[in-house]
Design a protein around this ligand. Structure first.
Ligand SMILES: [Zn+2]
Length: 95
């Protein structure tokens, strides 16, 4: 006898999938920006708006900082977390 697992298979991932896709796009933009790419005003606005709306991404933003600390530890003092924070603040605060 097969167990009735149809309910579990019926996951509402349509909206979640869309959200994830948007999160990924936003994080890609952030990576580009932190890599020194110049983002358009619209792109930066997308990041800001998304971070205001999306808690998980805001947390992930915090994770970025931790990753950078690790990286900077490997490179000794070539990369400063404070500089990264300033850059992130720039995205969030600039008009
Ligand atoms: Zn998100």
């Amino acid at each position: 006898m097969a167990r009735p697992e149809t309910d579990r298979a019926h996951e509402d991932d349509s909206e979640q999938g869309k959200m994830k896709e948007y999160c990924r796009t936003t994080l890609e933009l952030i990576h580009l920006y932190l890599d020194g790419e110049i983002l358009s005003e619209l792109q930066r606005q997308e990041i800001r708006v998304h971070l205001e709306e999306c808690g998980p991404c805001y947390e992930r933003f915090g994770l970025q900082r931790r990753v950078t600390v690790i990286v900077s530890r490997q490179r000794r003092h070539s990369s400063c977390p404070q500089e990264l924070r300033a850059r992130i603040s720039q995205i969030l605060l600039e008009g």
